[in-house]
Design a protein around this ligand. Structure first.
Ligand code: RB5
Length: 141
């Protein structure tokens, strides 16, 4: 499974942690940037990841900025993207089970690396429950 991952400068360090975890778990992680600590604009990286997911060039996406808020706002502007901002495991699981989230957002200044790893493990391994939840996400837009 291919995971597109992007961050701004505020999420760069946590992104390296998540990339290492993806490799350990056997996922193919594609890093779209940023690649340095210089200040950049997070919507550009949200768009790169979301376009890959929307076009089927990646199965899911992960976006990390300082809080995760800007990334989730930018990602949810894309019609077929359901981005979930998660800072603990429960919402990570429910965002997959009930919302079929296809992009996970996290904030490096909010969520430490250990919790972030738990979130990613849970989010990637939890299937969508379908049924009434499919009806509900089909009501979006
Ligand atoms: C960058 O300073 C910060 O605004 C960004 O990483 C993010 O937290 C925005 O939502």
């Amino acid at each position: 499974m291919k995971i597109a991952i992007g961050s701004d400068h505020g999420g760069l360090t946590l992104k390296t942690v998540v990339l290492a975890l993806l490799q350990e778990l056997g996922y193919e992680g594609e890093d779209v940037g940023c690649f340095a600590a210089d200040s950049v604009d997070y919507p550009q990286y949200a768009d790169l990841v979301c376009e890959k997911v929307a076009k089927g060039q990646a199965d899911k996406g992960i976006l990390i900025c300082g809080t995760g808020i800007g990334m989730s706002m930018a990602a949810n502007k894309h019609a077929t993207i359901r981005a979930a901002l998660c800072s603990e495991q429960y919402t990570a699981r429910m965002s997959r089970e009930h919302n079929d989230a296809n992009v996970l957002c996290m904030g490096e200044r909010v969520t430490g690396p250990g919790i972030a790893e738990e979130i990613v493990r849970t989010w990637l391994s939890t299937p969508f429950a379908g049924g009434r939840h499919l009806r509900r996400i089909n009501l979006f837009n």
